[in-house]
Design a binder for this molecule. Structure first.
Ligand code: BF8
Ligand code: SF4
Length: 625
């Protein structure tokens, strides 16, 4: 097997990662960095998006010598179709997660489960009222039944628009209607995207991209937004709390269980089980001091936001977490889980447990979680972990680093509380230029970059410029490890941001959750726009995904742009083979929806790019710098 030629310092900025990469080398384990090198150089046709595999007259690949596919499709059409389908993957991922949340909520409402409950009935009633469901003098569960149906309705094709369109500022709504991109139903838009990109259907690149925008808006304002709201209803709306991050959160003398994936439905039950005295006692009989639960990636974000459970690492730390040799079980639901984790686990005593029929992994053990048996299955998994503690070879255990403290739990509700109940202090600070703008830095890791280098440096650069940063997804762990998610990090912020965050006692970098929780950022943008009486695209806002890799991240970027938020990406999606699609992304969309994408791999230059945009928006609103 070919190993990467990079040094560990070139691979990641983190000491805990370096230590585990050295251990990987000693233990003979291959990681994503090694496999990247084996896959490099990547296929140029694929990279620029001009390889078409949509029918068996092909595959066709476009070059100067052969500018058209067998059917006559050109590079623009092929790129648009490929990118449309790429975005459909992301929208489907978030939205199917959202659907699973509704199914749990529906089961609760209809009394079909004893394992899940409504934890935030106040929020549930507020949303029911917001969506026109009668609440007065009604049983809570009756309201829940109607609300679950209302959410399900947003997935089909019965309506002209999805349910949370009521949150979208008027000007954006008008814009979407004029462009014909008002999302009608989550599934409908995804299906239509697949239909349009069948051979011989939508052969106009710009038109295909407009459908892509509509589909992504369906993800942002429905699929993801519903996932977030229902998760809050079932597991509680996050409020500020402390937690810790990095591999140091694993414990040498305890049973370690990692939860990985996205949906809190599984991980919340595992958390309950690890706190049961009977299981803790059982662990002690096996010589462990207790049971330690830690998160990875977005399910880690969900548990950290609501319960303060520590985060072991982000996307590129998932293999490295197992290389500690200290993990008994890694329990996964779905998305962003490298299949390699099974093999890495096999090199130690670590077992992967899959829980969803839609995400099985060859070599893993399947413990199916359903609405009626979540708790029972969670206990089973925890017992398996306890059993495996005896199989751990403590001589091979190496847990690097000391945990770093963070502050988490900033739902919009919590942010409003911190602001004293209204957005006015934030808006005043923006008007006064103390907070010059707000930027959401979201998304992933990608071994093509030095791990977390861009995530951390971009965050630091922006807060220096008095820009409030909101983080979600895998950027959270990066910001946390860099010490940016605690109130003390105001020292690194510009004077205005330092003053405002200091007086509120909040960090200049706010953790808002997992990737579906980017819907919280959309909602905040809408609240700000409505409060000021402008469109979202008029606000000094931006988004960024510096180290993105996934279809979901591209979908998020697209719904952000279509919602009027300028979005920076570290590298382009596979669209550069089409002048039409590339120009649309980099500038054309600005004329259509008031925002576009910007591409810049260097985080310092990216900060400048974003800053210029914020300046222009401030000027547009007549605000002084
Ligand atoms: O949804 S940030 S690597 S874990 S895609 Fe995945 Fe990217 Fe992490 Fe969460 Ni989001
Ligand atoms: Fe080739 Fe056209 Fe078929 Fe694509 S749809 S594989 S370009 S013939």
């Amino acid at each position: 097997m070919a190993k990467t030629t990079k040094t560990v310092e070139e691979m990641s900025i983190w000491e805990d990662a370096h230590q585990m990469l050295r251990k990987a080398e000693r233990d003979g384990i291959e990681t994503a960095w090694d496999r990247l090198e084996q896959q490099t150089p990547h296929c140029k046709f694929g990279e620029s998006g001009v390889c078409c595999r949509i029918c068996t007259m092909g595959p066709c690949r476009i070059s100067k010598k052969a500018p058209l596919g067998v059917c006559g499709a050109d590079a623009d059409v092929i790129v648009a179709r490929n990118f449309g389908r790429f975005l459909a993957g992301g929208a489907a991922g978030h939205s199917d997660h959202g659907r699973d949340c509704i199914e749990a909520f529906h089961a609760v409402a209809h009394g079909k489960t004893k394992d899940y409950h409504i934890q935030d009935s106040k929020k549930m009633l507020r949303i029911a009222e917001e969506l026109g469901i009668a609440t007065e003098n009604r049983e809570l569960l009756d309201v829940a039944k109607d609300l679950a149906d209302k959410f399900f309705d947003s997935f089909g094709s019965k309506h002209e628009e999805v349910c949370f369109i009521n949150r979208v500022p008027e000007k954006q709504q008008e814009n979407w209607k004029n462009l014909g991109i008002m999302p009608r139903g989550v599934d409908r838009e995804i299906t239509e995207m697949m239909h349009r990109t069948h051979m011989g259907c939508d052969n106009d690149a710009s038109n295909t991209m407009l459908q892509a925008a509509r589909m992504c808006l369906g993800d942002g304002w429905a699929g993801s937004m519903i996932a977030t709201e229902v998760s809050d209803i079932l597991f509680g709306t996050p409020s500020p709390r402390k937690a810790q991050v990095n591999l140091g959160v694993l414990k040498k003398d305890q049973v370690n269980i990692l939860v990985h994936g996205h949906n809190p439905i599984v991980s919340e039950k595992i958390l309950e089980a690890v706190n049961e005295q009977e299981l803790i006692d059982l662990a002690k009989t096996k010589g462990a001091k207790g049971i330690n639960l830690a998160g990875l990636c977005c399910t880690g974000n969900e548990l950290m936001m609501r319960q303060g459970i520590p985060m072991a690492g982000n996307h590129l730390m998932t293999e490295l977490a197992i290389i500690t040799g200290a993990v008994e079980i890694i329990v996964v639901d779905y998305q962003c889980i490298m299949p390699s984790l099974v093999q890495v686990g096999n090199c130690y005593h670590t077992k992967m447990i899959t829980t969803a029929d839609k995400a099985k992994f060859t070599g893993a053990e399947h413990v199916k979680f359903e609405m009626h048996n979540g708790m029972e299955q969670a206990r089973k998994v925890v017992r398996m972990a306890i059993e495996r503690y005896g199989m751990r070879n403590q001589d091979r255990v190496e847990i690097p680093g000391e945990p770093v403290d963070i502050m988490t739990g900033f739902s919009n509700e919590a942010l409003l509380d911190a602001l004293g109940g209204s957005l006015t202090p934030l808006i005043d600070a923006i008007k006064a230029g103390k907070i010059r703008g707000v930027v959401g830095i979201v998304g992933c890791n990608n071994p093509k970059y030095k791990h977390d280098y861009c995530n951390v440096n971009l965050t630091r650069e922006l807060i220096k410029k008095d820009i409030l940063v909101i983080v979600t997804g895998c950027v959270t762990t990066a910001a946390g490890k860099a010490g940016l998610l605690v109130p003390e990090s105001i020292e690194q912020a510009g004077p205005g941001l330092r003053e405002i965050c200091g007086s509120l006692g909040i960090p200049p970098v706010i953790h808002m959750g997992s990737c579906v929780d980017n819907a919280r950022i959309l909602q905040l943008a809408a609240l700000l726009a409505n409060e000021i009486g402008v469109a979202i695209s008029d606000l000094p806002l931006a988004a960024s995904s510096p180290e993105w890799y996934s279809e979901k991240a591209a979908t998020i970027g697209t719904y952000a742009v279509a919602s009027g938020i300028y979005t920076h990406l570290g590298h382009p999606p596979n669209i550069t083979g089409s002048p039409i699609v590339t120009n649309l992304a980099l500038s054309g969309l600005d004329d259509l929806v008031g925002a576009c994408f910007g591409i810049e791999p260097d985080p310092f230059k990216a900060a400048e790019l974003i800053n210029e945009r914020i300046k222009a928006k401030r000027k547009g609103l007549g605000l002084e710098e």
